[in-house]
Design a binder for this molecule. Structure first.
Ligand code: AMP
Length: 425
């Protein structure tokens, strides 16, 4: 079958890479894609948020399945439009995408469904938000309710920082309309993990666990980013923890949506904190994590095209997943300056040598200029390896990165450190 993938980042490269290797798939088309994706798919220059352009593309390409990678088109209702036009779509409708598009909706739904999560209040007025912050004290978490590319969360160490963040968000200074509602949350303590599920109506198929590293710098220091690296599986997600996340978080959330007449077809991503009281939900996303998708796709042995089509056609029941037992680890190479401003158009050399050293290089923020690969986004590459242990995969990736010829490319040097420490114990 022909599959159309929407998006052009590292996650979509991993999806296209895996779809191309699926025997059910004869052709992968990607909009807009990137130069790395172009090795695995036919790329067409239609933006991932250009809903009308994507509708026209789907009409002309007539794919058997459309897979929507990023959250923005989901929240904008692309899946609804495609389904109404008769396409099989992997990705939730707008109403279900609110789980990610609105943190206030998502927290309220969790409260109604009895899903474990941090205590919270939603505010639209800075004075009232400030009262709550002063009453609860620090540390405390302030979140812009709307989409903010993974950057709308402030974990405030003191009350004044939290008050300032809430005032800035509500004044529209930091995240525009995404900050017109803020969620104030109790600060949870523990290890974080990413638990993803392929969902089709009331069938929920767990993926193997993963863990990402959101902070920019080694030792989880520095500002939060979209993600600087990830690995799978995450040893902290024991079979017991996985069962709890499925039964206490994923199932009641999907059931509560269904009760409200909202069907979910797509990936449900639960970011969880493993607290001393059990797993608690930090957030929901409605798509694969980026960079978690890169190690997950590296480990998945099943035919991805078949699974996503079965989910899109509401016949996921009875489907199971086959995983390579070996861990996979992905290190993100970013442009110097990210998540702030950075220079674009720098030539990136050595990519073939990096891959020849036992890795797969997934492209995110790259473009092509005069036959050369240049950086065009904040997160640029996801260098990924599968190996006998997390420590071995880590070693392979970092040795390969020695071959990268891009002086301004920056990356953390400790991706996977928690799992490596566990392996050594
Ligand atoms: P989110 O986008 O909601 O997952 O938040 C981004 C990051 O902020 C998470 O991965 C956590 O590291 C941190 N975070 C979010 N909510 C909380 C919380 N209630 N307590 C502690 N840390 C949090």
């Amino acid at each position: 079958m022909k599959v159309l993938v929407v998006g052009g980042g590292g996650r979509e490269h991993a999806l296209c890479w895996k779809l191309k290797r699926s025997s059910s798939v004869s052709e992968v088309v990607c909009a807009p894609g990137n130069p790395g994706i172009a090795r695995d798919a036919r790329c067409i220059q239609v933006g991932a948020e250009d809903i009308e352009g994507l509708m026209r593309l789907a009409e002309s390409e007539q794919p058997r399945l459309v897979v929507i990678g990023p959250e923005a088109p989901l929240v904008a209702g692309l899946a609804d439009r495609l389904r109404a036009a008769g396409f099989a779509v992997f990705g939730p409708d707008q109403a279900a995408a609110e789980l990610e598009g609105s943190k206030s909706f998502s927290k309220q739904l969790m409260a109604d469904a009895g899903v474990p999560t941090a205590r919270f209040e939603v505010h639209t007025q800075a004075e009232l938000a400030e009262l709550t912050i002063r009453e609860w004290g620090a540390p405390i978490v302030i979140k812009a309710s709307g989409l903010a590319a993974g950057k709308g969360v402030i974990v405030a160490r003191d009350v004044e920082e939290a008050v300032d963040a809430a005032h800035d968000m509500l004044a529209g200074n930091t995240f525009g309309s995404a900050g017109s509602q803020v969620v104030i949350e109790e600060c949870l303590v523990g290890e974080e993990a990413s638990c993803l599920f392929i969902v089709s109506g009331d069938t929920i198929l767990p993926l193997d666990s993963s863990q990402d590293h959101k902070a920019l710098l080694d030792g989880d220091q520095g500002p939060n980013t979209g993600g600087m690296g990830a690995y799978s599986p995450a040893p902290c997600v024991t079979p017991d923890v996985a069962e709890m996340v499925l039964e206490q978080i994923a199932r009641p959330t999907i059931a509560k949506l269904a009760e409200r007449g909202i069907e979910f077809i797509g990936t449900l991503y639960a970011g969880v904190m493993l607290t001393s009281e059990g797993p608690k939900t930090l957030e929901f996303n409605v798509r694969f994590g980026d960079p978690e998708c890169q190690p997950l796709m590296s480990r998945l042995r099943s035919d991805l095209g078949e699974i996503l089509l079965a989910a899109a056609e509401r016949r996921l029941d009875g489907v199971s997943l086959d995983w390579d037992p070996r861990p996979a680890l992905c290190v993100v190479v970013a442009s110097k300056g990210y998540p702030g401003s950075f220079e674009k158009g720098q030539v990136i050399g050595g990519l073939d040598a990096v891959e020849a050293s036992g890795t797969t290089v997934f492209h995110a923020g790259t473009s092509e200029r005069d036959g050369q690969i240049v950086n065009s986004g904040g997160r640029v590459l996801g260098v990924t390896a599968l190996d006998s242990s997390v420590a071995a995969a880590q070693k392979t990736v970092y040795a390969a990165l020695e071959k990268l010829d891009w002086p301004d490319g920056v990356y953390r040097t400790d991706i996977g450190y928690r799992a490596v420490a566990r392996e050594q114990n």
